[in-house]
Each structure stands twice: as structure tokens, then as C-alpha cells.
Ligand binder design. Structure first.
Ligand code: UT7
Length: 329
């Protein structure tokens, strides 16, 4: 007991748009093939938002389910954080748009930008608000519409990404359960390896930025791959040590779903059997901030977590950033 409250997940929900884009659909759009995509990434298909859907619409569907599963109404939420790199607009934040849609009139609301690590960064942020007693219940959503910033003529990136949202409600839980430790980090020097250069104050949108495709994701895949393998290992070790646990304690591993080869390298390092890892990159591809919550919520739906289980979530992404946490379910 350190006088602070124990904080954990008390509700979960997810949403993916209806439309599915398969590898064979992509074969008709760029010079690629199912064999390359599956063997290099593990991805078979991804979900794509309808033209009228924006990130807040995906987030809303996931949030409603999370509130239902927590047995709460929107007015019981004190804080909403949306982790995203594809906000509806620069401002207002997607979290404020969502607050209005939900009628969560008692909630403070803001977006958090840490790319694919954004969900874990947001969990850490909200956990500390609740631990210290400033707030009681927070709604955390990882939501992205990467299809809106993907160049569907670039085979290096367009096969990798999808759209979706995962949400959790967090609040006080019995002592001994909930979040045990976080490890967040950044390597800003690697920013140019994975970015969207146009449309900000450095390079405002103009006919030239459109022509140069600066409104799309740029990624140096090989370098990001190396970073990912390195930090998945180091962040996992750091967060286990902070929690006073070892790799043998892990009951379920919930990694960022970017590439099956990155996940497998982390599993090998942890000596984890397949049944202790949740993998859904084949169905959803890389959904950025939505990836870890989509995996976690799916694990909950499949009853793969029981009370007292030790869950390890870890992700990496643009920034460059990483985030890991240990959670006792
Ligand atoms: O959450 C954000 C973090 N992002 C990531 O986690 C991505 C990390 N990186 C990766 O997952 C991998 O680096 C990729 C999947 C992006 C690429 O896999 P790779 O094994 O690193 O391939 P590569 O970049 O070394 O490219 C191999 C070849 C190239 O051809 P050459 O230059 O060897 O002739 C590419 O042009 O594969 C070619 N290639 C493709 N071929 C067919 C690249 N994309 C495709 C494609 N279809 N879609």
C-alpha cells in the first residue's frame, strides 16, 4: 500500500468499419501479391472506414460498447483521452468531438499524439489522474483512420495499414489488481523514419505539398523494423522489472500488431508459447493507436483473460516512441 488507489480496466469495447480490403484487392491496385504480404507481414486483410466515417465515429462505436460493458453512463466519465494520429480536425480535438457525441458533459477531453504507442501513453496518463484521486473514471480510446493518410499507389506502405478503434473504461479496482507498471519512451531523433510531413506549421498544405504527397504517411520500413525489434525487447524487460515480475509471470502478451515477424521476435525473446500471445494483425493490419486495444478487447471477448492474470501490453511507433505496461486483470 502506498496510499494511492489501484487502477485497472473496468470496461472494454471495439469497432472496425464494415468494408474489408483484402490482399487480392490490393493486387489489383499496386504491384504486389498475397504471398509477399502474408510472408513479410502476416496481414491478410484490413478494414477501411466508409467515406462518411471519421475517427470520432469509429471511436464513438467503441466507446459506447466500453461504457456498456462497464455498466456506466457517459455522465459518469471524468476524463476522455483519444490516442490518434488521424484526428477528425486539427482542432477541436477528436476527444472533444466525442465528448459531445457521447453527452459526457462532466468529462475533460483531449487527444494524445504518440502514434502506435498512443494507447499505452494514454493509459499511463489517465491512470495517474485516477491514482491520485483527481478523477474517478476515464474513457481511453485508441482510434485511427490510417486509410485517410495512406497513399494507395505506394506498395511499400498501402498494404500495411487499416482502420479501427478500441476503447476501455478505467477506474479504481481492488488492491493488488490493475496497472502495476508503465515504461514509456521516445527517440525523437528517429522522427523522420516515420512521419506525415505536410499540413502542419512546418510545411502548411499547398498545391506543392499535395503534389509531393506530403499528406501521406512516409516510412523507412527497414529502419522502423530494427527499432521495433529492439524496443519491444527492452521495454518489455524494463516494465517487468518495474512490476517486480519476470517473463515467466506473463499470462497474456498483447503486442502492437504491425508485423507478425516483429511479434514473433518478441515472443522468442520471452520464450512465450503461441497460446500466451494475442495476434490479429492478419484481420486488421496495423491500425496504429487502435492496434493494442483491438487486440486486448478481442482477448477479453474470447475469454482469454481471467481474474488475477498478468497481461503485458507493448507497442512502438512514430515519434519514434514506445510504451509498455503490466496489468493484473
Ligand atoms: O506501427 C508503425 C511501425 N511500422 C512498422 O512496424 C513497419 C516495420 N517494417 C516492416 O514491417 C517491414 O520493414 C516491411 C513490411 C515494411 C517491409 O518488409 P521488409 O522485409 O523489410 O522488406 P524490404 O523493405 O526490405 O523490401 C524488400 C523488397 C523490396 O524490393 P527490392 O528493393 O529488394 O527489389 C521492396 O521494393 O520488397 C519490395 N516490396 C514489395 N513487394 C511486393 C515492398 N513492398 C512490397 C509489396 N509487394 N507490397
Amino acid at each position: 500500500m502506498n496510499g494511492l488507489r489501484a487502477v485497472g480496466i473496468i470496461g472494454t469495447g471495439k469497432y472496425v468499419p464494415e468494408k474489408i480490403l483484402t490482399n487480392s484487392d490490393l493486387e489489383k491496385m499496386v504491384d504486389t501479391n498475397d504471398e509477399w504480404i502474408v510472408s513479410r507481414t502476416g496481414i491478410k486483410e484490413r478494414h477501411i472506414a466508409a467515406p462518411e466515417q471519421a475517427t470520432s465515429d469509429l471511436a464513438y462505436e467503441a466507446a459506447i460498447k466500453a461504457l456498456e460493458s462497464a455498466g456506466m453512463t457517459a455522465d459518469q466519465i471524468d476524463l476522455i483521452i483519444v490516442a490518434t494520429v488521424t484526428p477528425d480536425t486539427f482542432f477541436p480535438s477528436t476527444a472533444c468531438i466525442l465528448q459531445d457525441k457521447l453527452g459526457a458533459k462532466n468529462a475533460a477531453a483531449f487527444d494524445l499524439s504518440a502514434a502506435c504507442s498512443g494507447f499505452v501513453y494514454s493509459l499511463a496518463t489517465a491512470t495517474n489522474f485516477i491514482k491520485t484521486g483527481m478523477y474517478n473514471n476515464a474513457l481511453i480510446i485508441g482510434a485511427d483512420c490510417l486509410s485517410r493518410i495512406t497513399d494507395y499507389t505506394d506498395r511499400n506502405t498501402c498494404v500495411l495499414f487499416g482502420d479501427g478503434a478500441g476503447a476501455v473504461v478505467i477506474g479504481e479496482v481492488p488492491e493488488g489488481r490493475g496497472f502495476q507498471s508503465f515504461d514509456l519512451g521516445a527517440e525523437g531523433s528517429g522522427g523522420p523514419l516515420l512521419n506525415l510531413a505536410g499540413g502542419g506549421s512546418r510545411l502548411p498544405s499547398s498545391p506543392e505539398t499535395i503534389q509531393d504527397k506530403n499528406h501521406f504517411i512516409y516510412m523507412n520500413g527497414r529502419e522502423v523494423f530494427k527499432f521495433a525489434v529492439r524496443v519491444m525487447g527492452s521495454a518489455t524487460e524494463a516494465v517487468l522489472t518495474k512490476a517486480g515480475k519476470t517473463k515467466e509471470d506473463i499470462d497474456l502478451f498483447v503486442p502492437h500488431q504491425a508485423n507478425i515477424r516483429i511479434i514473433q521476435s518478441a515472443m522468442n525473446r520471452l520464450d512465450l508459447p503461441p497460446e500466451k500471445c494475442i495476434i490479429n494483425v492478419d484481420k486488421y493490419a496495423n491500425t496504429s493507436a487502435a492496434s493494442i486495444p483491438l487486440a486486448l478487447v478481442e482477448a477479453a471477448e474470447q475469454n482469454r483473460m481471467k481474474e488475477g492474470d498478468t497481461i503485458l501490453m507493448v507497442g512502438f511507433g512514430g515519434g519514434l516512441t514506445w510504451g509498455a505496461c503490466v496489468l493484473v486483470w
